[in-house]
Design a protein around this ligand. Sequence first.
Ligand code: AMP
Ligand code: MG
Length: 340
Amino acid sequence: MYLFHPTHPRTAFIRVLIALALVLSGHMAQASWLSDEQAIMGTQVSVTLWHQDAVRGEQLLAQVMAEMRRIDAAYSPFKEYSELSQMNRAAAQHSAEQPLTISAEMSRLLDKALYYGRLTEGAFDITFASLARYYDYRNASQPSQLQRRQLLPAIDYRHVKLDHIGHTVYYSQPQVYVDLGGIAKGYAVDRAIELLRQAGVRHASVSAGGDSRVLGDKRGRPWLVGIKPPRGDQTHAAITLPLNDSAISTSGDYERYFIDADGERIHHIINPHTGKSSSELASVSIIGPNSFDADALSTSVFVLGGDKGLKLINTLPEFDAIVITRSGKVRYSSGLVAPE
Ligand code: AMP
Ligand code: MG
């Protein structure tokens, strides 16, 4: 048993070899690309990052997924005890004198959503769900005529009375129901990117359904982000964009929809003025510096339509848009069109 005798020279030699092997394998395994994909917020969340230390990188992936789950738990309209569901149950019973206290984060989400309500003159409107909550895309059912008549007047973002400094809210109309589906995924993607950036990550990509944002480049190459052809066939273009340090959000009429008895496509992006699916466009992609705004703008431009939507984007120097009409025509905002 001389081999493992603590003072035998061969034992010392083996120890050095083992230590060397550990250090080398540690170094080799350390820096790598890591990724994870999970079903959260009713969609696929995927995260890819480069880290010097694979163990730390895995921890960060888990932290990002946990943050996504926290946001889902707070703002899902499908979870009975989410802060959003609680607010929807309570806010109409409160008043200017006695408003409902909400979290600072909810206040921030509402503030941004109401800002886009004003900017788009109600094309983006988080109270769309006052009526649209009665669409059931899985079971191909829609609100009745009676529901439409009764609930259309409840769609107006101005019914949501927010004090974004005091973090309070009340609804001025009893039928109002808020849904943050047009903005929450973008917010979540920004939170994920911020978490990774603060942890020192320099190359990462995060996406939640149609909302993606990349941090840095893909180590010497740009990230390639695709825009799905809306009908998955040759009628519509497949577009791939090289991006660094940017966000891209796509809203499409193919994500949640059914075809009704008249052959009409009934999908999840609602024109708040009619309470019906917005019918001009098939997909809108917004490119900009962050996902929070890009997400709100993709839904906004989808409702506004090509002319008004591109006109709005052309007033926002940080944002660009690629719009695909139902007939397959691709239109670009002025920042993406090469000067003559
Ligand atoms: P996006 O996923 O960004 O394409 O946004 C679509 C989601 O936004 C829908 O599933 C709804 O939750 C929500 N939404 C639909 N119509 C509107 C609207 N007019 N204003 C704000 N949010 C909307
Ligand atoms: Mg959006």
